[in-house]
Design a protein around this ligand. Structure first.
Ligand SMILES: Nc1ncnc2c1ncn2[C@@H]1O[C@H](COP(=O)(O)OP(=O)(O)OP(=O)(O)O)[C@@H](O)[C@H]1O
Ligand SMILES: [Mg+2]
Length: 236
């Protein structure tokens, strides 16, 4: 059937890369059941830049963990790049995740005992990328974030903004189709936050990466294609 709604036909030009269908997730703490995601359905297109917002406890981090296959829904389906992730074995899921998804999580810092270059290289070791290719990608990614001259430094020798930029390019080492970030500017000042937002824009333009960011930062939301607001585990 022909689409007459302009918004829908624009959306149809692109392939959906994340499809969430009636997903429910609750946490059991002692005898209490805490609902975190209450039946969310959502589709995100390849190359889209989406912001998840909503008050604390609304379910943003839980939804990111589910999209990233780090957590499993109680019910409902999640299809990532055409793959129903529920059907993958743990081993296949972790490989799929390593290749398809890059994570920048709030408390997921660099390894303090590894030099910056090594830190950025680590995701490529998990996916068995050849050493030469890993080194080449580290070099290219460090250039993007202006850290080429700091690759031999330890994280403790870098600023908070530099560390966060490095954590973002580390998440890109395997050239993932999807980048997930949880409060990536949470502890940064406005100059460093602006640099992170520019970096997302650049990543999207250069690599066509789908970017999903959970954030309260209105400056990130201002640059997104779409803002999805959660309340009590549902989209409002
Ligand atoms: N590991 C857990 N065990 C029990 N309850 C949890 C757990 N993780 C999250 N929750 C609960 O699930 C709900 C959603 O939490 P979530 O962390 O997804 O919210 P959020 O939107 O990311 O909040 P914030 O903005 O504070 O990061 C909350 O009620 C929270 O208390
Ligand atoms: Mg959170």
């Amino acid at each position: 059937m022909e689409q007459t709604n302009t918004e829908t036909s624009v959306a149809n030009d692109k392939r959906p890369i994340v499809v969430i269908d009636k997903v429910v997730r609750s946490y059991k703490v002692k005898k209490q059941t805490i609902p975190a995601i209450n039946g969310i359905s959502l589709s995100i297109n390849e190359g889209e830049f989406v912001v998840l917002n909503g008050s604390s406890g609304s379910g943003k981090s839980t939804l990111l963990q589910l999209i990233g296959g780090l957590d499993k829904p109680d019910s409902g389906n999640i299809t990532i790049d055409g793959v129903d992730i529920k059907k993958l074995s743990d081993h296949k899921l972790s490989l799929f995740r390593g290749k398809t998804i890059g994570f920048v999580f709030q408390f997921f810092y660099l390894q303090p005992f590894l030099r910056l270059g090594r830190n950025i290289e680590v995701p490529g070791m998990f996916t068995r990328l050849k050493r030469k290719e890993r080194k080449l990608r580290v070099k290219q990614l460090a250039e993007i974030v202006g850290l080429s001259d700091r690759l031999n430094h330890f994280p403790a020798e870098l600023s908070g903004g530099q560390i966060q930029r490095a954590a973002i390019v580390r998440a890109l080492l395997n050239q993932p189709k999807i980048l997930l970030a949880d409060e990536p500017t949470g502890n940064l000042d406005s100059t460093n936050s602006a640099a992170i937002i520019d970096l997302f824009e650049q990543i999207r333009q250069q690599f066509g990466t789908t970017i999903i960011v959970a954030t309260h930062d209105p400056n990130i939301a201002a640059r997104a294609d779409r803002i999805i607001t959660l309340k009590d585990g549902a989209i409002i």
